[in-house]
Design a binder for this molecule. Sequence first.
Ligand SMILES: [Zn+2]
Length: 421
Amino acid sequence: MWRLSVVAFFVAFAPVCGYVAPPPTKGSASPTRGLRGRGQGHFSPWAEATEQAEAEASWNPLGLGFALGMVIVLLTSSPAPSMAEDWDHNDIPGWNKKFPMCSQRSESQSPVDIKEVDASKPPQSLADFANYNPVSATQIVHNGHVMQVNGKFGQLRLPDGEYEVKQFHFHFPAEHKINGKLAAGEMHIVHQRKGASGTDGLAVVGILLSETNNAGNSEEIKFLTNLGFGSELPVKGEKTNNADMVDLNAFKAQLRSGFYHYSGSLTTPPCSEGVRWYVVNQTAPVTSAMIKTFKERFPEPGDARPVQGLNGRPVLLNHLSLAGEFDSPSLIEVLRQPGLNADTSLEAAKKRIKQKLERSMKAIDDEAAAKKKALVDESEKKSALLSEKINALSERRQAARLAQLKAEEAEAELEALELIG
Ligand SMILES: [Zn+2]
Protein backbone atom coordinates (compact mmCIF):
# COMPACT_ATOMS: atom_id res chain seq x y z
CA MET A 1 0.00 0.00 0.00
CA TRP A 2 2.80 2.37 0.88
CA ARG A 3 4.54 1.58 -2.35
CA LEU A 4 1.37 2.05 -4.30
CA SER A 5 0.77 5.43 -2.75
CA VAL A 6 4.33 6.51 -3.45
CA VAL A 7 3.86 5.52 -7.07
CA ALA A 8 0.54 7.29 -7.20
CA PHE A 9 2.11 10.34 -5.60
CA PHE A 10 4.83 10.36 -8.16
CA VAL A 11 2.40 10.10 -11.03
CA ALA A 12 0.34 12.85 -9.48
CA PHE A 13 3.42 14.93 -9.02
CA ALA A 14 4.64 14.47 -12.55
CA PRO A 15 2.56 16.89 -14.62
CA VAL A 16 3.76 20.26 -13.50
CA CYS A 17 6.61 19.72 -11.21
CA GLY A 18 9.52 19.86 -13.50
CA TYR A 19 9.45 16.13 -13.49
CA VAL A 20 11.94 14.80 -15.94
CA ALA A 21 10.72 12.09 -18.23
CA PRO A 22 13.56 10.11 -19.65
CA PRO A 23 13.43 9.55 -23.38
CA PRO A 24 11.09 6.70 -24.26
CA THR A 25 12.73 3.33 -24.07
CA LYS A 26 14.13 2.46 -27.45
CA GLY A 27 11.63 0.52 -29.46
CA SER A 28 8.75 1.05 -27.11
CA ALA A 29 7.28 3.85 -29.10
CA SER A 30 9.45 4.90 -31.91
CA PRO A 31 7.73 7.78 -33.59
CA THR A 32 6.45 7.48 -37.08
CA ARG A 33 6.35 10.74 -38.90
CA GLY A 34 2.91 11.67 -39.96
CA LEU A 35 1.31 8.71 -38.34
CA ARG A 36 -0.90 9.35 -35.38
CA GLY A 37 -2.00 6.38 -33.45
CA ARG A 38 -2.45 5.39 -29.92
CA GLY A 39 -1.81 2.06 -28.41
CA GLN A 40 1.93 2.33 -28.63
CA GLY A 41 1.35 4.36 -25.69
CA HIS A 42 0.94 2.37 -22.50
CA PHE A 43 3.25 3.93 -20.02
CA SER A 44 6.34 2.00 -20.78
CA PRO A 45 8.43 1.17 -17.77
CA TRP A 46 10.09 4.43 -16.93
CA ALA A 47 13.00 3.91 -14.69
CA GLU A 48 12.70 7.23 -13.05
CA ALA A 49 15.01 8.79 -10.59
CA THR A 50 15.34 12.48 -10.18
CA GLU A 51 17.85 14.03 -12.48
CA GLN A 52 20.41 14.71 -9.82
CA ALA A 53 20.79 12.27 -7.02
CA GLU A 54 20.15 14.95 -4.47
CA ALA A 55 19.32 18.56 -4.57
CA GLU A 56 22.14 20.92 -3.92
CA ALA A 57 22.12 23.01 -0.81
CA SER A 58 18.62 24.26 -0.35
CA TRP A 59 18.11 27.44 -2.29
CA ASN A 60 15.20 29.33 -1.01
CA PRO A 61 15.19 33.06 -1.70
CA LEU A 62 11.61 33.69 -0.74
CA GLY A 63 11.37 31.35 2.16
CA LEU A 64 8.39 29.75 0.51
CA GLY A 65 7.47 26.15 0.38
CA PHE A 66 10.42 24.31 -0.89
CA ALA A 67 10.05 21.97 2.00
CA LEU A 68 8.62 19.09 0.13
CA GLY A 69 11.84 17.23 -0.30
CA MET A 70 12.51 14.59 -2.82
CA VAL A 71 10.77 11.51 -3.93
CA ILE A 72 12.87 9.00 -5.70
CA VAL A 73 10.77 6.26 -7.12
CA LEU A 74 11.51 3.40 -9.37
CA LEU A 75 8.56 2.65 -11.56
CA THR A 76 8.85 -0.92 -12.58
CA SER A 77 5.40 -1.77 -13.80
CA SER A 78 2.66 -0.11 -15.76
CA PRO A 79 1.05 2.32 -13.34
CA ALA A 80 -1.83 3.23 -15.58
CA PRO A 81 -4.61 1.82 -13.38
CA SER A 82 -3.54 3.79 -10.31
CA MET A 83 -3.28 7.06 -12.18
CA ALA A 84 -5.37 9.98 -11.13
CA GLU A 85 -6.72 8.21 -8.10
CA ASP A 86 -5.05 10.48 -5.59
CA TRP A 87 -6.56 13.69 -6.84
CA ASP A 88 -8.92 14.93 -9.43
CA HIS A 89 -9.99 18.21 -10.97
CA ASN A 90 -13.57 17.26 -10.06
CA ASP A 91 -12.74 17.66 -6.36
CA ILE A 92 -10.35 20.59 -6.08
CA PRO A 93 -11.51 21.57 -2.55
CA GLY A 94 -10.58 18.05 -1.44
CA TRP A 95 -6.97 18.27 -2.62
CA ASN A 96 -5.75 19.51 0.75
CA LYS A 97 -6.72 16.27 2.50
CA LYS A 98 -3.68 14.58 0.98
CA PHE A 99 -1.74 17.66 -0.07
CA PRO A 100 -1.84 20.19 2.78
CA MET A 101 -0.11 22.84 0.69
CA CYS A 102 -3.22 23.00 -1.53
CA SER A 103 -5.22 24.33 1.44
CA GLN A 104 -6.93 27.72 1.54
CA ARG A 105 -4.52 28.62 4.33
CA SER A 106 -1.54 28.59 1.94
CA GLU A 107 -0.80 32.15 0.98
CA SER A 108 1.20 32.00 -2.25
CA GLN A 109 -0.84 29.78 -4.51
CA SER A 110 -1.47 29.77 -8.25
CA PRO A 111 -3.22 30.60 -10.48
CA VAL A 112 -4.22 34.20 -9.70
CA ASP A 113 -6.26 36.99 -11.25
CA ILE A 114 -3.85 39.53 -12.78
CA LYS A 115 -4.98 43.15 -13.01
CA GLU A 116 -3.68 44.81 -16.14
CA VAL A 117 -1.74 48.06 -15.84
CA ASP A 118 -0.39 50.74 -18.10
CA ALA A 119 0.04 49.03 -21.45
CA SER A 120 1.73 52.07 -22.98
CA LYS A 121 5.08 51.13 -21.47
CA PRO A 122 7.50 49.49 -23.86
CA PRO A 123 7.41 45.79 -23.16
CA GLN A 124 10.49 44.01 -21.98
CA SER A 125 10.46 40.72 -23.78
CA LEU A 126 10.75 37.19 -22.42
CA ALA A 127 12.03 36.30 -25.90
CA ASP A 128 15.31 38.01 -24.94
CA PHE A 129 15.80 35.42 -22.22
CA ALA A 130 14.28 32.33 -23.86
CA ASN A 131 16.30 30.11 -26.15
CA TYR A 132 13.99 27.41 -27.50
CA ASN A 133 14.84 24.75 -30.06
CA PRO A 134 12.91 22.25 -32.17
CA VAL A 135 12.74 18.65 -30.93
CA SER A 136 11.83 15.60 -32.99
CA ALA A 137 10.26 12.32 -31.89
CA THR A 138 8.06 13.70 -29.12
CA GLN A 139 4.79 12.37 -27.79
CA ILE A 140 1.75 13.90 -26.19
CA VAL A 141 0.63 12.13 -23.03
CA HIS A 142 -2.78 12.18 -21.31
CA ASN A 143 -1.53 11.48 -17.81
CA GLY A 144 -4.92 11.63 -16.19
CA HIS A 145 -4.43 15.22 -14.99
CA VAL A 146 -3.29 17.26 -17.97
CA MET A 147 -2.25 16.79 -21.60
CA GLN A 148 1.56 16.97 -21.59
CA VAL A 149 4.60 16.84 -23.88
CA ASN A 150 7.98 16.03 -22.31
CA GLY A 151 11.23 17.05 -23.95
CA LYS A 152 14.30 19.25 -23.94
CA PHE A 153 12.81 22.22 -25.75
CA GLY A 154 15.43 24.78 -24.70
CA GLN A 155 16.30 27.18 -21.89
CA LEU A 156 15.17 30.30 -20.11
CA ARG A 157 17.95 32.48 -18.69
CA LEU A 158 17.08 33.98 -15.30
CA PRO A 159 19.34 36.04 -13.02
CA ASP A 160 20.41 32.96 -11.05
CA GLY A 161 21.13 30.67 -13.96
CA GLU A 162 19.84 28.61 -16.84
CA TYR A 163 16.41 27.01 -16.51
CA GLU A 164 15.78 24.07 -18.83
CA VAL A 165 12.41 23.23 -20.32
CA LYS A 166 11.29 19.86 -18.97
CA GLN A 167 7.78 19.71 -20.44
CA PHE A 168 4.79 21.74 -21.46
CA HIS A 169 1.13 20.97 -20.91
CA PHE A 170 -2.34 22.41 -21.36
CA HIS A 171 -5.27 23.45 -19.21
CA PHE A 172 -8.78 24.10 -20.52
CA PRO A 173 -10.18 26.49 -19.44
CA ALA A 174 -7.25 28.80 -18.60
CA GLU A 175 -6.05 29.04 -15.00
CA HIS A 176 -4.76 32.63 -14.70
CA LYS A 177 -7.26 35.40 -15.20
CA ILE A 178 -6.37 38.82 -16.58
CA ASN A 179 -8.65 41.56 -15.30
CA GLY A 180 -11.12 38.94 -14.14
CA LYS A 181 -11.34 37.37 -17.58
CA LEU A 182 -10.66 33.70 -18.14
CA ALA A 183 -9.30 32.65 -21.55
CA ALA A 184 -10.31 29.43 -23.31
CA GLY A 185 -7.11 27.64 -22.36
CA GLU A 186 -3.58 27.99 -21.07
CA MET A 187 -0.28 26.40 -21.96
CA HIS A 188 2.40 26.01 -19.28
CA ILE A 189 6.06 25.67 -20.25
CA VAL A 190 7.75 24.17 -17.18
CA HIS A 191 11.43 25.00 -16.65
CA GLN A 192 13.80 23.88 -13.92
CA ARG A 193 17.07 25.46 -12.90
CA LYS A 194 20.09 23.37 -13.96
CA GLY A 195 21.09 21.12 -11.11
CA ALA A 196 17.84 21.54 -9.17
CA SER A 197 15.50 18.64 -8.60
CA GLY A 198 12.17 17.74 -7.08
CA THR A 199 10.02 20.84 -6.85
CA ASP A 200 13.06 23.09 -6.40
CA GLY A 201 14.02 25.81 -8.88
CA LEU A 202 10.88 25.85 -11.02
CA ALA A 203 9.91 28.61 -13.45
CA VAL A 204 6.76 28.40 -15.55
CA VAL A 205 5.92 30.47 -18.62
CA GLY A 206 2.14 30.69 -19.06
CA ILE A 207 0.62 31.43 -22.47
CA LEU A 208 -3.12 32.06 -22.55
CA LEU A 209 -5.05 30.60 -25.48
CA SER A 210 -8.05 32.52 -26.76
CA GLU A 211 -10.73 31.06 -28.97
CA THR A 212 -10.79 32.27 -32.56
CA ASN A 213 -11.49 30.76 -35.94
CA ASN A 214 -9.76 33.54 -37.85
CA ALA A 215 -6.14 32.70 -37.16
CA GLY A 216 -5.69 30.86 -40.45
CA ASN A 217 -2.71 28.54 -40.48
CA SER A 218 -0.59 30.57 -38.09
CA GLU A 219 2.49 29.12 -36.41
CA GLU A 220 0.54 28.63 -33.20
CA ILE A 221 -2.30 26.79 -34.96
CA LYS A 222 0.22 24.59 -36.80
CA PHE A 223 1.93 23.84 -33.47
CA LEU A 224 -1.34 22.71 -31.86
CA THR A 225 -2.44 20.76 -34.95
CA ASN A 226 0.85 18.84 -34.85
CA LEU A 227 0.00 17.68 -31.31
CA GLY A 228 -3.39 16.36 -32.38
CA PHE A 229 -5.56 19.34 -31.41
CA GLY A 230 -8.49 19.49 -33.81
CA SER A 231 -8.12 15.85 -34.84
CA GLU A 232 -7.44 13.44 -32.01
CA LEU A 233 -5.79 13.67 -28.61
CA PRO A 234 -4.79 10.61 -26.55
CA VAL A 235 -7.23 9.07 -24.09
CA LYS A 236 -6.44 8.83 -20.40
CA GLY A 237 -3.27 6.88 -19.68
CA GLU A 238 -2.13 6.84 -23.28
CA LYS A 239 0.09 8.85 -25.59
CA THR A 240 0.42 9.51 -29.29
CA ASN A 241 3.36 10.46 -31.46
CA ASN A 242 3.57 14.02 -32.65
CA ALA A 243 3.71 14.02 -36.43
CA ASP A 244 6.32 16.73 -36.82
CA MET A 245 9.07 18.52 -34.91
CA VAL A 246 7.85 20.43 -31.87
CA ASP A 247 9.24 23.97 -31.63
CA LEU A 248 8.17 26.41 -28.93
CA ASN A 249 9.35 29.28 -31.15
CA ALA A 250 5.86 29.02 -32.67
CA PHE A 251 4.94 31.29 -29.73
CA LYS A 252 7.56 33.92 -30.51
CA ALA A 253 4.95 36.65 -30.87
CA GLN A 254 3.63 35.91 -27.37
CA LEU A 255 7.14 35.67 -25.91
CA ARG A 256 7.94 39.05 -27.47
CA SER A 257 4.93 40.66 -25.84
CA GLY A 258 4.98 41.90 -22.26
CA PHE A 259 4.63 39.59 -19.30
CA TYR A 260 3.56 39.46 -15.68
CA HIS A 261 5.79 38.01 -13.01
CA TYR A 262 4.90 36.84 -9.53
CA SER A 263 5.83 34.09 -7.09
CA GLY A 264 3.26 31.30 -6.85
CA SER A 265 2.84 27.56 -6.75
CA LEU A 266 2.17 24.49 -8.80
CA THR A 267 -1.50 24.60 -9.80
CA THR A 268 -1.87 20.87 -9.19
CA PRO A 269 -1.02 18.79 -6.12
CA PRO A 270 1.26 18.94 -4.24
CA CYS A 271 0.79 22.71 -4.89
CA SER A 272 4.41 23.42 -3.86
CA GLU A 273 5.19 27.12 -3.55
CA GLY A 274 8.24 29.11 -4.68
CA VAL A 275 7.41 28.65 -8.37
CA ARG A 276 8.44 31.65 -10.51
CA TRP A 277 5.55 32.53 -12.79
CA TYR A 278 5.88 34.45 -16.06
CA VAL A 279 2.48 34.89 -17.72
CA VAL A 280 2.72 36.58 -21.12
CA ASN A 281 0.04 39.15 -21.88
CA GLN A 282 -0.53 38.40 -25.55
CA THR A 283 -2.77 35.39 -26.07
CA ALA A 284 -2.25 32.68 -28.69
CA PRO A 285 -5.07 31.49 -30.92
CA VAL A 286 -6.91 28.19 -30.52
CA THR A 287 -9.86 27.12 -32.68
CA SER A 288 -13.26 25.93 -31.46
CA ALA A 289 -12.57 22.51 -33.02
CA MET A 290 -9.33 22.25 -31.02
CA ILE A 291 -11.07 23.12 -27.78
CA LYS A 292 -13.69 20.49 -28.60
CA THR A 293 -11.08 17.72 -29.05
CA PHE A 294 -9.50 18.68 -25.72
CA LYS A 295 -12.82 18.73 -23.90
CA GLU A 296 -13.62 15.27 -25.22
CA ARG A 297 -10.67 14.11 -23.12
CA PHE A 298 -11.24 16.44 -20.18
CA PRO A 299 -15.00 17.01 -19.93
CA GLU A 300 -16.43 19.75 -17.68
CA PRO A 301 -15.10 21.14 -15.41
CA GLY A 302 -11.88 20.57 -17.41
CA ASP A 303 -8.40 20.42 -15.92
CA ALA A 304 -8.00 23.92 -14.44
CA ARG A 305 -7.69 25.12 -10.86
CA PRO A 306 -9.64 28.31 -10.01
CA VAL A 307 -7.78 31.50 -9.10
CA GLN A 308 -6.33 31.81 -5.58
CA GLY A 309 -5.93 34.90 -3.40
CA LEU A 310 -2.87 37.06 -3.97
CA ASN A 311 -2.65 37.77 -0.23
CA GLY A 312 -0.44 40.80 -0.70
CA ARG A 313 1.90 39.32 -3.26
CA PRO A 314 3.18 41.83 -5.81
CA VAL A 315 2.76 41.14 -9.52
CA LEU A 316 5.33 42.93 -11.67
CA LEU A 317 4.95 43.95 -15.28
CA ASN A 318 7.89 43.20 -17.57
CA HIS A 319 10.34 42.43 -14.78
CA LEU A 320 12.15 39.14 -14.47
CA SER A 321 12.63 39.47 -10.73
CA LEU A 322 10.78 40.60 -7.64
CA ALA A 323 12.41 42.65 -4.89
CA GLY A 324 15.17 40.51 -3.44
CA GLU A 325 14.07 37.47 -5.44
CA PHE A 326 17.50 36.96 -6.94
CA ASP A 327 19.21 39.06 -4.24
CA SER A 328 18.83 42.15 -6.33
CA PRO A 329 16.78 44.94 -4.79
CA SER A 330 16.00 46.60 -8.10
CA LEU A 331 12.34 46.93 -8.87
CA ILE A 332 10.18 49.75 -9.69
CA GLU A 333 7.15 48.84 -11.66
CA VAL A 334 4.52 47.40 -9.46
CA LEU A 335 1.12 46.23 -10.33
CA ARG A 336 -1.03 47.20 -7.42
CA GLN A 337 -3.90 44.86 -6.82
CA PRO A 338 -6.86 46.90 -5.54
CA GLY A 339 -8.28 45.66 -2.29
CA LEU A 340 -5.59 43.08 -1.80
CA ASN A 341 -2.82 45.27 -0.37
CA ALA A 342 -0.64 43.99 -3.13
CA ASP A 343 2.03 46.51 -2.33
CA THR A 344 2.43 45.52 1.29
CA SER A 345 5.42 43.29 0.96
CA LEU A 346 6.93 45.51 -1.70
CA GLU A 347 6.44 48.61 0.42
CA ALA A 348 8.02 46.77 3.31
CA ALA A 349 10.98 45.85 1.13
CA LYS A 350 11.36 49.43 -0.07
CA LYS A 351 11.15 50.69 3.50
CA ARG A 352 13.82 48.24 4.62
CA ILE A 353 16.10 49.34 1.79
CA LYS A 354 15.48 52.99 2.62
CA GLN A 355 16.20 52.42 6.31
CA LYS A 356 19.35 50.51 5.46
CA LEU A 357 20.50 53.36 3.23
CA GLU A 358 19.74 55.90 5.94
CA ARG A 359 21.64 53.84 8.48
CA SER A 360 24.70 53.55 6.27
CA MET A 361 24.57 57.27 5.39
CA LYS A 362 24.48 58.09 9.08
CA ALA A 363 27.38 55.76 9.74
CA ILE A 364 29.40 57.48 7.01
CA ASP A 365 28.53 60.93 8.43
CA ASP A 366 29.48 59.85 11.96
CA GLU A 367 32.77 58.43 10.77
CA ALA A 368 33.58 61.58 8.82
CA ALA A 369 32.78 63.78 11.83
CA ALA A 370 34.98 61.64 14.07
CA LYS A 371 37.88 61.84 11.61
CA LYS A 372 37.50 65.58 11.30
CA LYS A 373 37.56 65.99 15.07
CA ALA A 374 40.64 63.80 15.35
CA LEU A 375 42.39 65.88 12.69
CA VAL A 376 41.49 69.12 14.40
CA ASP A 377 42.64 67.79 17.77
CA GLU A 378 45.88 66.61 16.25
CA SER A 379 46.54 69.86 14.44
CA GLU A 380 45.75 71.82 17.60
CA LYS A 381 48.19 69.67 19.48
CA LYS A 382 50.77 70.15 16.76
CA SER A 383 50.33 73.90 16.65
CA ALA A 384 50.66 74.10 20.42
CA LEU A 385 53.84 72.08 20.18
CA LEU A 386 55.05 74.26 17.36
CA SER A 387 54.48 77.48 19.23
CA GLU A 388 56.27 76.00 22.23
CA LYS A 389 59.21 75.26 19.98
CA ILE A 390 59.05 78.72 18.48
CA ASN A 391 59.03 80.23 21.93
CA ALA A 392 61.96 78.09 22.94
CA LEU A 393 63.82 79.07 19.80
CA SER A 394 63.17 82.76 20.25
CA GLU A 395 64.29 82.52 23.86
CA ARG A 396 67.49 80.85 22.74
CA ARG A 397 67.85 83.44 20.02
CA GLN A 398 67.41 86.22 22.53
CA ALA A 399 69.98 84.60 24.79
CA ALA A 400 72.35 84.23 21.87
CA ARG A 401 71.81 87.85 20.91
CA LEU A 402 72.47 88.93 24.46
CA ALA A 403 75.62 86.88 24.51
CA GLN A 404 76.72 88.45 21.25
CA LEU A 405 76.06 91.91 22.56
CA LYS A 406 78.09 91.14 25.68
CA ALA A 407 80.91 89.79 23.54
CA GLU A 408 80.88 92.97 21.42
CA GLU A 409 80.89 95.02 24.52
CA ALA A 410 83.84 93.11 25.88
CA GLU A 411 85.68 93.45 22.60
CA ALA A 412 85.05 97.19 22.51
CA GLU A 413 86.40 97.45 26.06
CA LEU A 414 89.49 95.51 25.05
CA GLU A 415 90.07 97.77 22.05
CA ALA A 416 89.71 100.86 24.26
CA LEU A 417 92.22 99.46 26.70
CA GLU A 418 94.69 98.75 23.88
CA LEU A 419 94.35 102.32 22.56
CA ILE A 420 94.99 103.72 25.96
CA GLY A 421 97.80 101.25 26.62
ZN1 LIG B 1 -0.07 23.75 -15.51
